[in-house]
Design a protein around this ligand. Structure first.
Ligand code: PEP
Ligand code: CO
Length: 453
């Protein structure tokens, strides 16, 4: 049942297992792993091919500059954090940011959460030592547990079932919120905008907010209906496709489309550490028809990028491939033009998306991981400028954020300092933008639209 039409080399959901597989848990109990994969494969999918194809069309529109993709959420979701409040806050910030960006760029925004499956993390070391004891590293709740005991750190296949269930609960709640009365969130009068006055750009930001409010009022008086009754909000899920056992179990061949799909999520991405042309991860994702993202960083060579384009999108299908560049504010000027040239020479259709988070991580003197708001913004602005100068365009942004008032990234309108970080530092992994910092990024993206940059 291979889709030989799409890729001449044979492909099967498990063909990745014969490739160089890094970041994949070493499960000790093969029989238990097999049983879990069988269970997972029997369960109904989390998403459908109709949704996936609708998203692919929207990404294709963004490739042509007719839409903008906003992708964001936690670095890692945890099972504990699968709560009503956490899901509401994330959805709320993404929805509010999208309204601001729509008003500024005057383009539809495709909303994508790092949600409902962002449970596995790549680690630079396979093992961790503490006080002379060495154990497997914690790889996210989908794989093992974070307490430093042999039992907790043993990769446990059952956690894939628990993760699948949490993902289903998350998606179920997201879908209900979106179908129900979540939509008063469109209106700036319901937003928490006290921070705006702290910014040197307060007047510009107030202007953006006024435009949003006026636009909504105009629409509602013209149509006589509330915005949320008039237009259904789409929302898509994404996660790093890292634990390939989990993804493999939900790879389905759909007869009506004659293609394989990964039905754990709409829009998986391959992380920077696993994205080499001959990797197991590239092998798996070349075989499924979902739109996929690939993270490209300072270490990605033109030859590797060319090989990735050819392997992952041999037919140059619109909407299929998103290049998520994560270079850091100091490397983007040098590397992005090189990527753009490589893609141009290959004649490939891609969506250019900027991840201004992962190239700008630093460790404070007190040992906390943080990111500077100024650097995040500088990378985003450089991305916009470089794409415009090269005749391509930035079609999306990939952010780590939360709707809560955490203190993990420094800077922003309120000028959070390193000393403030301790007050609400909650991330298990990478530092996230908080509610205000995330809204400020949205305002800056919107402001760029109204100033024609
Ligand atoms: C991530 O998105 O959380 C991540 C690990 O990023 P990258 O693969 O770009 O390092
Ligand atoms: Co991260």
């Amino acid at each position: 049942m291979d889709t030989a039409r799409d890729h001449p080399e044979p492909w099967q959901p498990e063909s990745w297992q014969s490739r160089i597989a890094t970041q994949i848990p070493a499960y000790g109990d093969a029989a238990r792993l097999r049983a879990v994969l069988q269970d997972l494969a029997r369960l109904p999918p989390l998403v459908t091919s109709w949704e996936i194809e609708a998203l692919k069309e929207q990404i294709a529109a963004a490739q042509q500059g007719r839409a903008f993709v906003l992708q964001g959420g936690d670095c890692a979701e945890t099972f504990d954090d699968c709560t009503s409040d956490s899901i509401v806050q994330k959805l709320k910030i993404l929805l509010q940011m999208s309204v601001v960006i729509i008003a500024g760029l005057k383009r539809p925004v495709v909303r994508v959460g790092r949600m409902a499956g962002q449970y596995a993390k790549p680690r630079s070391e396979d093992r961790e030592s503490r006080d002379g004891q060495e154990l497997p590293s914690y790889r996210g709740d989908l794989v093992n547990r974070s307490p430093f005991t042999p039992a907790d750190r043993e990769p446990d296949p059952t956690l894939m079932l628990r993760g699948y269930e949490r993902a289903a609960l998350t998606l179920n709640f997201v879908r209900s919120l979106i179908d129900g009365g979540f939509a008063d969130l469109h209106h700036p009068e319901n937003w928490d905008l006290a921070w705006v006055s702290h910014s040197p750009l307060a007047d510009r930001y107030r202007d953006v907010v006024r435009k949003v409010a006026d636009g909504l009022d105009f629409f509602e008086s013209l149509t006589g209906s509330k915005i949320h009754e008039a237009r259904r909000v789409d929302f898509f899920a994404s996660h790093e496709g890292l634990n390939l056992y989990y993804e493999q179990a939900q790879a389905r061949f759909l007869k009506h489309r004659s293609r394989w799909y990964d039905l754990t999520t709409h829009y998986p991405w391959i992380g920077a550490r696993t994205c080499t042309p001959d990797s197991a991860h590239v092998e798996f994702f070349r075989g499924v028809a979902n739109p996929i993202g690939i993270k490209i960083g300072p270490g990605t060579t033109p030859a590797a990028l060319r090989a990735l384009l050819a392997r992952l999108n041999p037919r140059n299908e619109p909407g299929r491939l998103t290049l998520i560049h994560r270079l850091g504010s100091t490397r983007i000027e040098e590397k992005l033009p090189e990527f753009i040239e490589t893609v141009r020479q290959a004649g490939s259709l891609v969506l250019w998306m900027c991840d201004p988070m992962h190239g700008n991580t630093e460790v404070t003197q007190s040992g906390l991981k943080t990111r500077r708001f100024d650097r995040i913004l500088a990378e985003l602005e450089a991305a916009t400028r470089i794409h415009a100068a090269q005749g391509t365009h930035l079609g999306g942004v990939h952010l780590e954020l939360t709707g809560e008032h955490v203190t993990e990234c420094v800077g922003g309108a309120r000028g959070l300092t390193e000393n403030d970080l301790h007050s609400a530092y909650r991330t298990q992994v990478d530092p996230r933008l908080n509610y205000e910092q995330a809204m400020e990024i949205a305002m800056r993206i919107a402001d760029r639209g109204s100033h024609g940059a």
